[in-house]
Every structure is written in C-alpha cells, then in structure tokens.
Design a protein around this ligand. Structure first.
Ligand code: NAD
Ligand code: UDP
Length: 345
C-alpha cells in the first residue's frame, strides 16, 4: 500500500515514516523543507534500511502535486504539512490560513480526481480550546482561541462537508496532545527553528547550555503544584496511531475524530524534575507570569482511540524524557553539524 506523506520530513512526519516503512508500507514523502532539514531523509533510511520516494515540492503547488499523483499510485494520504506555531499565527494569520487550508484543499481536489479515499489528518487538542472539564472527549463542543487552532477547526469542518459529499471517503481526524520524545536511535527528533516555544525543547536546550534558564509560565494555577498540566505523548506512540488510523480507514468508510494522548497529565515542575533525574544535574529555572492564552489543564480521554483503533500509548514520561535528551545531546544543533554521527546515503 502506497502512502503519500505530506510534511514527512518534519518532526511527527519523520517518525511516522519510520514506522510506516518498518511496517512494510511504501512511502512517498512530499516536503518543502520550510520547517525541516534535508538530512532527515538520510536518517530515516539509516534507521529503517528501506528505500522511499521523496519529492521536494510545496503542497500549494497544484501542478507539481498533480504530477506526483499521476506518477504514483497513491492509496492513502497522511497530511502533516502545515504551519504550527501559535504565536506566529497570531502575528501572521493570513499565512496560516493560506498554508494550512489551501494545502488541504489541493490534496482533497487531487484525491477526488484520482479516486483516493483514505485520508489521515493532523489535527490538535487545541480544537478543544479552554474547557471546564477534563479529561477531554471527542464529543465536546469545539472552540479555537487563535488562528492556528482555527485553521485546524476549519479543516475538520471542511472534511466533514467533503465526507457528506462523498460517503466513500474514510477520514481520520487525529487530535494530538503534546508530542515529545524522539526515536530511540537519537537520529531523528524535534528540530525547532530559533528559540523553542514548547516546554520540552526549551528544557533540553537549557540543559545543553544553548539557553540560560527555563521560564516557567505561571505557578499560580489551581493544580497540585501550581504549574500547567499537559498530556505528553511519545512521538513514536503517536506515529503508531497513524498506522492504526490508516488500517481502520481501509476497513471502514466514515469520518471520525480520535484523541491521541496517554490520558495522564504532568505538570511543568514534574517534567522538569524528570529531566533533572535523566540528565543527573540541576536545570536552572525562574517562575514567570502566566503565558497569555495558556490553559491550566489539558489531558485526553483516549478511550475512543483505544477501542476503535486498537491503539494505546505505551511509553511513559521517563522514557519520553530519556529519548528527548538522547536526541538533544547527540544533536545539540539539530540536523546541523550533529555530534558523533554523520550519516551518508
Ligand atoms: P513540523 O513543522 O516539524 O512538520 C511539518 C512539515 O511540513 C515540515 O517538514 C515542513 O517543512 C512541511 N511543510 C509545511 N508546509 C508545507 C507545504 N506547503 N508544502 C510542503 N511541505 C510543507 O511539525 P510537526 O510537529 O511534525 O507537526 C505536524 C503536523 O501536526 C502539523 O500539521 C501540526 O500542526 C500538527 N500538530 C503538531 C503538534 C506538535 O506539538 N508538534 C501538536 C498538534 C498538531
Ligand atoms: N511552558 C513553560 N515554559 C516554556 C514553555 C512552556 O512553562 O518555556 C509551559 C506552558 O505554560 C504549559 C506547558 O509548559 O503549561 C506546555 O507548554 P507547550 O507550549 O509545550 O504546549 P501547549 O501549551 O501548546 O500545550
């Protein structure tokens, strides 16, 4: 089965390509490297020992994408490509709506033309907005609090309409919670551009000495230790969820949203302490004001994915932190000048 993976050179996409190749799927990656590095392709090949196809294209370029659909017998599409930084989306909403919505529209047009009906979409827990109750269930009314989240919400709604127009479609909306960790080889991992916005890459960059100290955004939430709580999920568990979604889509038509989370919440201080345990030394931090737009607590009810996809996250927070740290310490500058490893194709 041939899977077109958009954004396959990115953080979650690269880990998913590894799991797809390991499971015997044929993989075609399309990426414009707007937020990734070409070296990741060699690393995927090194880890899996399997060949795959790569097109250096922009999904917005319908002509090039049509060529790919003409050239390849695509059976299913996993659509990771998109812009994902919340703050940037507030500053530049048009580019977020343009890239995230238009890329999906181009893919859906081509899927219609080439009669491809299996679609797995990268959505986000951000579509739940700020809810009164946790754990978060798929049936909750959705709300977005920023242009990035709204782009995901709009795409979910658009996909609902597409399914009504063509009930033969099989669509999985995967709502990711907080992906962290890296492949256990340390060869691929999260490679943020500039200063990281997310907690885990920030902590690991403080630990390797690239940043001075962690700013903890608020210690006055009504949580056990006052810091924010999130459902951190190992990126490899997340990747495996995509394979389960593809399999279910192959067996059943319909459109379904699934939470991909562990169902457990960890606070910022708990995460920091786990990293201190893994690294074996202190990590400096300062308590700061709350970050605007942050919510206190977010964690999944993953029971729908457990039951319908037969998927369950199995890696704990300790192994997530160990794997994040291995990736960061082996690649202090991301894919640029990685230490100890030079991978050739
Ligand atoms: P990423 O930035 O590492 O990967 C996205 C990839 O898509 C990059 O390689 C980028 O170069 C590529 N890309 C972007 N626009 C493109 C275009 N127009 N044409 C071709 N390639 C393009 O991000 P990620 O963390 O791997 O996230 C993947 C998806 O999951 C995104 O849609 C993101 O919104 C969603 N998501 C991520 C998180 C998270 O915390 N990482 C959480 C929830 C949802
Ligand atoms: N956080 C923090 N310092 C940072 C980055 C994040 O204290 O430098 C906190 C943030 O307030 C939240 C948690 O860590 O409580 C996870 O934040 P992240 O940005 O990783 O994920 P999101 O808030 O998007 O779920």
């Amino acid at each position: 089965m041939k899977i077109l993976v958009t954004g396959g050179a990115g953080y979650i996409g690269s880990h998913t390509c590894v799991e797809l190749l390991n499971s015997g799927y044929d993989v075609i990656i399309v990426d414009n490297f707007s937020n990734s590095h070409p070296k990741v392709l060699n690393r995927i090949e090194t880890i899996t020992g399997k060949p795959f196809k790569f097109y250096h294209s922009d999904i917005l370029n319908e002509k090039e994408m049509r060529f790919i659909f003409l050239n390849e017998q695509v059976d299913a599409v996993i659509h990771f490509a998109g812009l994902k930084a919340v703050g940037e989306s507030v500053e530049n909403p048009i580019s977020y709506y343009h890239n995230n919505l238009m890329s999906t529209i181009v893919l859906l047009k081509l899927m219609k033309d080439f009669n491809v009906t299996n679609f797995v979409f990268s959505s986000s827990a951000t579509v739940y907005g700020d809810q009164q109750t946790v754990p978060l269930k798929e049936k909750l009314p959705l709300q977005a609090t920023n242009p990035y989240g709204r782009s995901k919400l709009m795409i979910e709604e658009m996909l609902g309409d597409v399914h009504i127009s063509n009930p033969e479609m099989s669509i999985a909306l995967l709502r990711y919670f907080n992906p962290i960790g890296a492949h256990e080889s340390g060869l691929i991992g999260e490679n943020p551009n500039g200063t990281p916005n997310n907690l885990v890459p920030y902590i690991t960059q403080v630990a390797v000495g690239k940043l001075d100290y962690l700013k903890i955004f608020g210690a006055d939430y009504s949580t056990l230790d006052g810091t924010g709580i999130r459902d951190y999920i190992h990126v490899v568990d997340l990747a495996l969820g995509h394979i389960k979604a593809l399999e279910r889509n192959s067996q059943q038509n319909g459109i379904e949203a699934y939470n991909l989370g562990t169902g457990n919440g960890s606070s910022v201080l708990e995460m920091l302490n786990t990293f201190i345990q893994v690294i074996g030394r202190d990590i400096p931090y300062k308590i700061k004001d709350r970050r605007s737009g942050d919510i206190a607590v977010s964690y999944a009810d993953p029971s729908k994915a457990n039951q319908l996809l037969n998927w369950k996250a199995s890696r704990d927070v300790l192994s997530m932190c160990e794997d994040s740290w291995r990736w960061q310490s082996m690649n202090p500058n991301g894919y640029e000048q990685s230490k100890n490893i030079e991978v050739s194709k």
